[in-house]
Design a protein around this ligand. Sequence first.
Ligand SMILES: Nc1ncnc2c1ncn2[C@@H]1O[C@H](COP(=O)(O)OP(=O)(O)O)[C@@H](O)[C@H]1O
Ligand SMILES: [Mg+2]
Length: 234
Amino acid sequence: MAYLEIDRLSAFYGRAQALFEVSLDAEQGDIIAVIGANGAGKSTLFDSLMGLTRIQGDIRLAGESLTGMDPSSIVCRGVGYAPERFNLFPYMTVRDNLLVGAYTARDDIGKNLDMVHALFPRLEEREGQETSTQSGGERQMVSLGRALMTSPKLLLVDEPTIGLAPRVCNEIAEALKRLRDEFGLTILMAEQNANFALSLSDRIYVLESGRITAHGTHDELSDDEALAAAYFGH
Ligand SMILES: Nc1ncnc2c1ncn2[C@@H]1O[C@H](COP(=O)(O)OP(=O)(O)O)[C@@H](O)[C@H]1O
Ligand SMILES: [Mg+2]
């Protein structure tokens, strides 16, 4: 039994189907990348894991089914979400935006703030700054930090590098690696930037039009010439 098991998950918006029997496994401490073009269904997959869409199929975390649970119960089970449109409160400070994430994990606030500040020292230096005045990279860090304030065991990160400069992408990559290596988190990351995803993920799933069309390690996927040309530029 894998730590996270997504078993033939389909998702629907009204009558429109956005995911078609998606299956995905993650072991504890894995970084798994889901790569795919705009509209492939990456955000829908994450929203579905959080109980935010209508689904068929099953999602299990450490053997327990999350299917049918409401989002706050899923957060309490240890799933943290840094969504693509992260909707920070622009006129609240960095610190207060982080504390918004702590609603279900009030006993862990000190420990979790320490973790966020260790990963992103800039957020501690600028804890009194309104997020409306921050750069895109800093806001992405606040979004990740807010998700970490929920005490997650599984962290969902949707397109963390979108619109960011390469130097900032490297900082985000380092933080995700530390979350795996030092803090023992399991991470599921959605990316259009396949090379970024490859640089830190243990395994990759390719999502196309709501279906998983390939999965494996970088080496395994590189053996498929068409796939490598389409996604990895070689
Ligand atoms: N709230 C919604 N209502 C209806 N259709 C949606 C909604 N959100 C996404 N979709 C559709 O679901 C499909 C997958 O979208 P999405 O999960 O956002 O893809 P990605 O994150 O990979 O870009 C697209 O066809 C998109 O138009
Ligand atoms: Mg998306």
